[in-house]
Design a protein. Structure first.
Length: 208
């Protein structure tokens, strides 16, 4: 009997052991936690600060030319000495007194140099210096040189109505070289022709 009991006991122990092993090996299924969907967090739009556009600068005015600036500074009172000496020379030529021209031309050059800045006055001074060097025995050359002085004086006076106010400009078609001249009165006295054709020419308008 004892051997039979031993066999039964051994069988029971083996069966119990297998059951424990099965319990140990069978693990419960892993618990899956449902994924919790996180609500999308919207990032607040960051507004870029508006960049202020620089104010448009007004177009720069073109600078005045040197001659315009110089002319604007020349007043009628500043050129009166120049006009007075010029008239002295004009009267001398109209009366055929060429001997008086060289000394008067020197004075005219000095007078034209005093108001600074105007290219026309500078040109009058240079032309007057040439006139002063002309030989009074050669009237045609003297009168042509006076014409160059007149050319620059007319250009100066035409640059402003204020400068030629009360003055008259004449033109002689028979004159050699430049044909215009300036007078303070309207009774024509032609410095290019002198006494032989004193009234030759006509008054013309100023360009300005």
């Amino acid at each position: 009997m004892k051997p039979i009991l031993a066999v039964i006991t051994a069988a029971l122990l083996l069966s119990a052991c297998k059951g424990e092993v099965k319990k140990d090996t069978e693990q419960p299924p892993a618990q899956t936690t449902p994924a919790t969907s996180q609500p999308a967090t919207s990032q607040p739009a960051t507004s870029q600060p508006a960049t202020s556009q620089p104010e448009e600068q007004p177009a720069a005015q073109a600078p005045a030319t040197a001659d315009q600036t110089a002319t604007a500074k020349v007043s009628r009172s500043a050129i009166e000495p120049t006009l007075m000496v010029y008239e002295t020379i004009r009267e001398a030529l109209a009366g055929d007194d060429l001997a008086a021209v060289p000394e008067a031309a020197k004075k005219l050059a000095d007078a034209a140099k005093k108001p600074s800045g105007s290219k026309h006055l500078q040109a009058i001074a240079a032309a007057s210096e040439k006139l002063a060097k002309e030989d009074p025995a050669k009237p045609d050359e003297v009168r042509k040189a006076f014409g160059e002085v007149s050319r620059h004086l007319v250009a100066l006076l035409e640059s402003s109505a204020e400068l030629h106010k009360g003055l008259h400009v004449f033109e002689c078609p028979m004159a050699q070289g430049y044909k215009k001249w300036v007078q303070p009165n309207d009774a024509i006295e032609n410095p290019y022709m002198g006494k032989k054709m004193l009234q030759c020419g006509s008054e013309v308008d100023w360009a300005s």
